[in-house]
Design a protein around this ligand. Structure first.
Ligand SMILES: Cc1cc2nc3c(=O)[nH]c(=O)nc-3n(C[C@H](O)[C@H](O)[C@H](O)COP(=O)(O)OP(=O)(O)OC[C@H]3O[C@@H](n4cnc5c(N)ncnc54)[C@H](O)[C@@H]3O)c2cc1C
Length: 494
């Protein structure tokens, strides 16, 4: 923990930006479904050395911006503290969660990750450093930064609140066979706020599970479902989904394992339906073996089995648009009261299941730009991240599906996660968000002409369909793999 070293690192970043004449970007591949080729033409600012926790107090943690959520949790949970709103990816960084949007199953009480940030430092496009950006210091930047996805400056330090926690959680699985019975209980639990964590899954039509987790002080070691770190044969997320599939009532996990339940392999895509069988490894192994090493290693420190690798690799090999015709990866913003409509829409557009339903309390503030609802349209304070990740079970074009979803979110006054697949047009996008506010703040903080514009960044896509041998092999095995997974839909993970 050294503030001196941090100051030196920031000076280096600031000096390199002062000498730079091109557009700037972070050097991270990070977590998103987009084509990142634009980075090749821009100056990549290396934040890879900003990985130190600077200090931890009773109610805060101060981190350099590339500190991962996994590192934070390992430092705070032994002290019985956590960041109030945590995304479930151990390799997400605090800088990425602020510039992008971090959210998770405690967000229904604590809002987004950025709602819990106390202050941060940022190096601007002219190389100047602004320190301690907070609710009272450069508040337009404090509220405006969420969801700007690296188009405002280079964040170098993030200080966040801590709240008490316990080292273990009890997870209850509540199963429902109709939307109505599920929705009644879900709404009630959200308004009661008595669970520490809550999320839900639509496993298939009329098959819902609420997953509610609560801290417990002590449990017998033999009752804990997973105890090994990074054990590929007993991945943490599997214990949760296996329990859903097996209709368990409850399980216990270490809090750390609960928080990292989606970190490996990935519920987030094709793996969910994968029965634990050799042939899956053969297909998966073949797919991975076809990927060049530089693609597999393209997100440093992200662990070998992260689903985003599949997307990156597919993207490199077959192109962004082609990939989208096989797998959907989209997060739909939905007001709580419109969930049924959203589910029906998803059924009509694509039969993709499961769906992740994560409630978030939207702490509306008029200075926010991309990370809050339009209160005149969306009266619900609770909005949902409806995550649809999986095989596209329809011939409707991905573009049409995504645009329909985007329209649904926008018409209901809610935004969508820009890390997911985006197809909105320029006009639709700026009809939803306040372009003047964004441009003024970019002008004021020297981001204009130094960082890519957000619309260009999130819609930058590779239109080229590749026809080389590697692409053809990938499609051949990929299609077979997806078909095989589809055939096993109802069996889930064993
Ligand atoms: C498979 C998958 C699952 C996901 N699941 C969740 C989830 O459960 N909960 C959730 O909240 N989110 C989820 N996300 C989205 C993810 O949280 C956000 O994309 C988040 O921003 C990722 O953090 P990161 O550190 O990897 O950021 P990156 O992906 O590296 O960055 C996100 C954006 O922020 C910018 N950025 C990163 N660091 C800095 C910095 N230091 N200064 C300025 N700009 C910066 C980048 O340029 C980029 O545009 C998921 C994404 C994927 C692909």
């Amino acid at each position: 923990m050294s503030y001196e070293k941090y100051v030196e690192e920031v000076k280096k970043i600031s000096n390199s930006i002062k000498l730079n004449e091109k557009l700037l970007t972070t050097n991270r591949k990070g977590h998103n479904y987009r084509d990142l080729k634009f980075k090749k033409k821009q100056t990549r600012i290396d934040t890879g050395n900003l990985t130190n926790i600077l200090s931890i107090g009773e109610d805060y943690i101060d981190c350099e911006s590339a500190v991962t959520i996994g590192k934070v949790n390992r430092a705070t949970i032994p002290r019985k503290k956590i960041i109030p709103s945590l995304p479930e990816g151990d390799n997400f960084t605090v800088g990425g969660c602020l510039a992008g949007l971090g959210l998770g199953s405690s967000s229904y009480i604590h809002g987004f990750f950025n709602d819990n940030v106390i202050d941060f430092d940022i190096v601007l496009g002219n190389g100047d450093l602004i320190e301690n950006v907070s609710k009272s210091n450069n508040s337009d930047l404090y509220y405006g930064i969420g969801g700007t996805y690296g188009t405002m400056g280079i964040i170098t330090r993030v200080k966040t609140k801590l709240i008490p926690c316990e080292k273990y959680v009890k997870i209850d699985y509540l199963n429902y066979n109709s939307f109505e019975s599920f929705y009644e209980e879900f709404k009630q639990r959200i308004s009661d706020k008595s669970d520490d964590f809550i999320e839900a899954f639509a496993n298939k039509k009329d098959d819902y599970t609420i997953v509610a987790a609560n801290f417990v002080k002590e449990i017998k070691p033999e009752n804990i479902s997973v105890i090994k770190d990074k054990d590929i044969l007993k991945q943490r997320h599997m214990s949760i989904y296996a329990q859903i599939a097996n209709k368990k009532n409850h399980t216990y996990l270490r809090s750390l394992d609960y928080l990292e339940r989606y970190s490996y392999a990935a519920f987030w895509g094709h793996y969910l339906y994968t029965p634990y069988k050799i042939r899956d490894y053969v297909y998966a192994g073949l797919m991975y073996s076809l990927m060049p090493k530089n693609i597999l290693d393209s997100s440093p420190g992200h662990g070998k089995y992260n689903i985003s690798k599949y997307f990156h690799a597919a993207n490199h090999i077959v192109g962004d648009y082609t990939r989208d015709e096989y797998v959907l990866a989209t997060d739909l913003g939905v007001p709580l009261s419109k969930l049924k409509e959203a589910m029906d829409l998803a059924d009509n557009m694509t039969g993709t299941y499961p769906r992740w339903i994560c409630p978030i309390v939207d702490n509306y503030n008029s200075k926010k730009i991309f990370c809050t609802r339009k209160p005149e349209v969306c009266k619900d304070e609770i909005i949902l991240d409806l995550g649809i990740y999986g095989i596209k079970n329809t011939d409707i074009k991905s573009k049409k599906i995504n645009q329909t979803f985007e329209k649904f979110s926008f018409n209901n006054g809610v935004f969508k996660g820009f890390f997911s697949t985006c197809y909105f047009t320029y006009d639709e996008f700026w009809k939803q968000f306040d372009q003047n506010k964004y441009e003024n703040i970019r002008e004021k903080y020297h981001a204009k002409d130094n960082f890519m514009d957000i619309y260009d960044k999130i819609n930058y896509r590779n239109k080229i369909k590749k026809r080389n041998l590697k692409a053809q092999l990938f499609m051949f095995f990929g299609k077979k793999y997806l078909k095989q997974i589809n055939n096993n839909k109802d069996r889930l993970i064993r």
